[in-house]
Design a protein around this ligand. Structure first.
Ligand SMILES: [Zn+2]
Length: 196
């Protein structure tokens, strides 16, 4: 057992061993003391974004909920699907794919392996004031991460930056149904009301 940010890590033999510290993992294919750094792609250029991503990494209880910096050139077919007081929303194909843990049978044991979907449809949303040279958009991102935990139930995958407009966007779960945009409007309008 080891402490990180005052929370006790519970390690279980059924999750397998961490290749880094050789202790039992804290979740399937996930060691919360070693993996947040290893499993994360950093922007390198923007310390404020990296610090923000890192703050959430250290709280990630499992591999599937890790958020990361997503290079814009890993997103194809970016199409606008909605616009409103909350910003613009796009759909896109994420070439790296959503993270998942695969369970492989090995005799009587289960082995857990980190994997990704071959590619995934995701949603993008512009973050407020992100074109200007400030970090206000990170406040919105942090608010949306908190909102996700509370009631929105949409998975968030990370942050990207439009290579042309330089706007920052949140990358999150796309739901293929007609009310998706209406649900988003409610969430974002509610959240912006709380942030302002
Ligand atoms: Zn470890």
């Amino acid at each position: 057992m080891r402490n990180i940010n005052h929370c006790i890590l519970y390690r279980e033999p059924k999750y397998g061993k961490c290749a880094c510290c050789n202790e039992d993992n804290t979740n399937t294919a996930w060691c919360q003391s070693c993996d947040p750094d290893i499993a994360t792609r950093w922007t390198i250029r923007n310390k404020n974004i990296d610090d923000c991503l890192k703050m959430f990494q250290l709280r990630s209880k499992k591999y599937e909920s890790v958020i990361e910096w997503i290079p814009f050139d890993r997103l194809l077919d970016v199409k606008k699907i909605g616009k409103g007081g909350f910003g613009s929303v796009y759909s896109a194909t994420w070439l790296d794919g959503i993270r998942k843990v695969e369970k492989i049978k090995d005799g009587d044991n289960d082995i857990y392996k980190r994997a990704r979907e071959p590619s995934s449809i995701v949603a993008l949303k512009t973050l407020t004031s992100s074109k200007e040279n400030n970090n206000y958009f990170l406040n919105e991102f942090k608010g949306l991460m908190g909102c996700k935990l509370n009631f929105a139930k949409l998975a968030i995958y990370g942050i990207t930056q439009n290579a042309e407009t330089k706007e920052y966007l949140m990358v999150f779960q796309y739901v293929n149904n007609g009310v998706f945009i209406n649900i988003l409007k409610k969430i974002f309008v509610h959240l912006h009301g709380r942030l302002n």
